[in-house]
Structure formats: C-alpha cells, structure tokens
Design a protein around this ligand. Structure first.
Ligand code: NAD
Length: 498
C-alpha cells in the first residue's frame, strides 16, 4: 500500500459545521422534538477551544415530568411488544451506528475532547451493547418446577420493571447511554434519559438514530438540562417511576440513593473508582507498560476504570518509571480532531484544577516529578501528561479519583504489602494486576476487594461482561448476562398440582 492510499484509509472526522447544523436541539418527548418550557436554552462548548458548538433546550422540572408522562403512556404497549421486534430495532440501531460512526465519533470528540481514534473506539464499544442486548432480548426465560413437598407447581417469570430514569456522565457520552438504554429497551422498559449537561449532543444524535431505526414514540425520551437536581428529584419521587440507573460520581450517587429510598425505588449505581495497578517483579514489564498506558491515559485519564495508583514492587519500580516516562513523553497533546493527537483536553477548568491540586499536594509531601506536572497555558483546558514517583502515604492523590493524565507510582515490598495498599480505599470498581505467576494471579483474584479485575491487561470493559463495583463504587452490573436483569423483576406464582 502506498503512503497516499494508507493516509486516505485512515478514518477522519466529518465536517464540523455540517454535522452541528444537522443536530436536533430540543427535548425529545413522546417521539417529538420540542422546546423547553419558556424556551430556555444553554450552550455546549468544545473543551479544546472553549468555543460554543451548540445551543440546546434547558429542561425545567415540569418538562422532566412531561417526559416521564410520555414514558408511562408508552410502557404497556412496549412491554407487550414481541421480544423479536424489540431485538430487531436494537440490531438495526447497531447497524446504523456503524454506518454513521464517523459522525457520532466526531460529535463526541467535539463535545468531550477525546482523540478521534478513541471516539471511534467508543462507537465500537458503545454500539456493542445494542448488538449484545438485541441478542439477549429474545432469551428472557423463567422456570417451572415441582415444590419439594410435591403439593404444587412453582412458576417463576420475568417482567419489565416499568418506566426507568437513566442519568449518564460526560466521560463516555455514547457508551454510558447505550449500556443502560439497550438492556432497558430489550427488557421491555420505557425510559427517560438525562445526559450530562457538558456532553448532551451525543444522546440527542442517538435518540434520532433509534427513532430512525423504528423505536416507537414515547419509549425513549431525553431531557437535557443545567438543573439536574431540581429536574431529577420530582421524577425520582414520582410513584410511576420504577427504576433509577445512574452513572456518575459517588457523591451524587449517595444523594440519589437517599432520594430513591423514599419510594423504595430499584437502583443501579455505577460510581467512582480508585483503581490500583499492581506490578509484581515477576511481571512481563513490556506488557505492564503497555497496560499502564491504556489504563491511565485512555480518555485522558477521565475514566472510572482509570488506574489511579501504580503500586510497583521496589526492585522494578525505577525501571518501570523510566520506561513509562519515555512512553508518556511521546504522547501528543492537542485538539482531538487533529491527526496524530493522543491526549485531548480535560473536560473543564475544575478538572484541570483538580489534577493540579492533587499533583502539587503529592510533590509538597515529597513525590518526584519525572515528566509533566502542570497545566498547559493557552486556549482549552489541557494538563500535561505526568508521571510522579515515590508518592508518600497520606497524599490526597492516593485517596481521590484523579480523573486526569497523572500517573502516580508507589513502591511496595512484598505481596502482603501490595494487597494492603491496593485495598486501602473506600472504592472497589476495578484492579489491575501484572504477574507471570499464575498462583499469585489467582491469589489476587481472591484477595482484592473489587468488582472487576484486569489480570495482565489494561482495559476490562466489554459488552459481554458484568461491569460494576463493590464498596462505594456502586450497586448492580451493566452488560453481560446480568445487565438485562437490572431491568427485569422476578415474579413467582404458586399453583396447585394439575
Ligand atoms: P457527576 O456525578 O457530576 O454527574 C453525573 C450525572 O449526574 C450527570 O448527568 C449530572 O448532570 C447528573 N447530576 C449531577 N448532580 C445531580 C443531582 N443532584 N441529581 C441528579 N443528577 C445529577 O459525575 P460526572 O462528573 O459527570 O462523571 C464522572 C464520575 O462518573 C466519576 O466519578 C466517574 O468515576 C464516574 N463514572 C463511573 C462509571 C462506572 O461505570 N462506575 C462510568 C463512568 C463514570
């Protein structure tokens, strides 16, 4: 292949102006795009430039309830729709997403900042939930049995839970939405979706795509708003709502669990993380460095699964630090739509401030900066990819989710020490372990307090796997065989012998 052919086959973003001009800008309620009450709007910005890229409807609490009304009205008919019909709509949406992947990837890069290649990766990952749950929609089964006494027959059946409220974060605008929407629709539930106000455009695009794929009016409703609390509270308090699924910070998740308790509402909570990345001295260091680059710098460090603490056995800590620093210095920072960029901007100024404060605190306590260490001046909200080592116990960076491109190394002495350090957090979403010793790997599976583990890999997310955490990282699982059960309720019926 010639260089010219090669270049032309590399997928590139679509024209921004044309894409943005074609986007819907309203609330999506009962199958129609409509203005927010009073015509309120808000601006969405590109974090790489700070420029406004769209102005969209800003829902009020009344608009939120109107969206719930639409979901309630559509609930019975959708629940009674044949599973095969529900499956085929999801499958069609999967195919359409592949056809339109350049548009949706461009949109994600524009509103969220991630490099275009990573946005394409998110289209592949996020789209897979549509395909996976289209396949699960037709496999919702029950049980029929004889009770132990032989006096009756037991029937166990699965039913859609009913109208759901889905709240998503800004860091994976498509995948965090499809990971909830696809199983909910597959199970026969109708939904109101509230995307993050920083990245609402992807959800608007996706709502139109689902409609074009044949989704009936009212099954999916979208409210965009800058008043998340006031709009969400009445929806969560409404007795017609049957399920709340939230992905976001632990702090907001706790508030929502408290609100949901009033109605004993079923909840799924995908919350924050503080992932340990443990490298033993028997690890394959090449694999560990590759894994570290993915686990830390994917999504500019803004992933709930991002490695937060690199816990490295003392004998190899310097070598790991040297090699990973070399790789970090090759990263290219810039606007995600530009060719060759591997690190985009952070989502906003407060994210930059957090990365700066956590790095400065560790350095003040005695950590050494090997590369980076500060924000980058100019337009946009950029922070230099950073490696710090010898991070002292007690540093804030070991306790808090960094959510930025800062790789912090803490040396350890033996296995006990590694387990103690890894588990020393109130979170338990994911842990990464690198070792070539099988028995040690198995011990780590048993001893680390975590919902997920990457053993010699730096990415765990997969549509076929149950994603979720323990401790303050959440309740419930998304994806896998488990994912659809979050949207089904089990009914048991006792009958006499026939
Ligand atoms: P966030 O908690 O600030 O916001 C998440 C969503 O909740 C947004 O849509 C926001 O508008 C909404 N929200 C905020 N306050 C609310 C309120 N009072 N009532 C109702 N809704 C409210 O989180 P974020 O900054 O958007 O996302 C980053 C966080 O999400 C990180 O902590 C990250 O670890 C977590 N996250 C977790 C997972 C997971 O699967 N466990 C995945 C991605 C992100």
């Amino acid at each position: 292949m010639t260089a010219a052919q090669n270049a032309s086959s590399t997928p590139r973003p679509v024209d921004e102006a044309t894409l943005l001009a074609s986007l819907p800008s309203g609330l999506f309620v009962g199958g129609e795009w409509r203005d927010a009450s009073g015509g309120a709007t808000f601006d969405v910005a590109d974090p790489a430039t700070g420029r406004t890229i769209a102005t969209i409807a800003d829902a009020s609490p009344d608009d939120g309830i109107t969206a719930l009304d639409a979901a309630v009205d559509a609930a019975a008919e959708w629940a009674a729709t044949a599973p095969r019909v529900r499956a085929e709509i999801l499958r069609r949406a999967f195919d359409m997403l592949q056809e339109r992947k350049l548009e949706i990837a461009t949109l994600m890069t524009l509103e969220m900042g991630k490099p275009f290649a990573e946005s394409l990766g998110e289209v592949a990952y996020g789209g897979e939930f549509l395909r996976w749950f289209s396949e699960e929609a037709v496999r919702i089964t029950g049980r029929y049995g004889v009770n132990p006494e032989g006096t009756g027959r037991t029937i166990v059946s699965q039913h859609p839970v009913g109208p759901c409220y889905l709240i998503t974060p800004w860091n994976f605008p498509l995948a965090m939405a499809t990971r909830k929407i696809a199983p909910a629709l597959a199970a026969g539930c109708t939904v109101v979706v509230k995307p993050a106000e920083l990245t609402p455009l992807t959800t608007l695009f996706f709502a139109q795509l689902l409609t074009d794929a044949g989704l009936p009016a009212g099954v999916l409703n979208v409210v965009t708003t800058t008043h998340s609390g006031p709009v969400s509270k009445p929806i969560i308090s409404d007795p017609r709502l049957r399920k709340l699924s939230f992905t976001g910070s632990t702090a907001v998740g706790k508030k929502l669990i408290a609100q949901a308790a009033e109605n004993v509402l079923r909840t799924s909570m995908e919350l924050g993380g503080n992932a340990p990345f443990v490298i033993f001295d028997d690890a394959d260091l090449d694999k560990a460095v590759d894994g570290a680059m993915l686990a830390k710098f994917r999504n500019i460090g803004q992933a709930c699964t991002a490695a937060n603490r690199f816990i490295v056995q003392r004998g190899i800590a310097d070598e790991f630090a040297r090699r990973v620093t070399e790789r970090v210095e090759q990263l290219r920072v810039g606007r995600g739509t530009d060719e060759g960029v591997t690190i985009g901007p952070l989502i906003n100024e407060s994210a930059v401030e957090k990365a700066r404060t956590l790095t400065d605190d560790a350095v003040t306590r005695g950590a050494q900066v090997l590369t980076g260490g500060s924000a980058i001046d100019g337009d946009g909200t950029f922070f230099a990819p950073t490696v710090i080592t010898e991070v002292p116990t007690g540093s804030d960076i070991l306790r808090e989710e960094i959510f930025g491109p800062v790789l912090a190394i803490i040396p350890f002495d033996d296995e006990e020490d590694a387990v103690r350090l890894a588990n020393d957090t109130e979170y338990g979403l994911v842990a990464y372990v690198f070792t070539e010793n099988l028995a040690r790997g198995q011990r780590m599976i048993e001893r680390l307090d975590t919902g997920m583990m990457g053993l010699n890999v730096g990415v765990v997310s997969n549509a076929s796997a149950p994603f979720g955490g323990v401790k303050q990282s959440g309740i419930g699982r998304e994806g896998g065989l488990e994912g659809i059960h979050e949207y089904l309720s089990t009914k048991y019926t006792m009958t006499p012998n026939p």
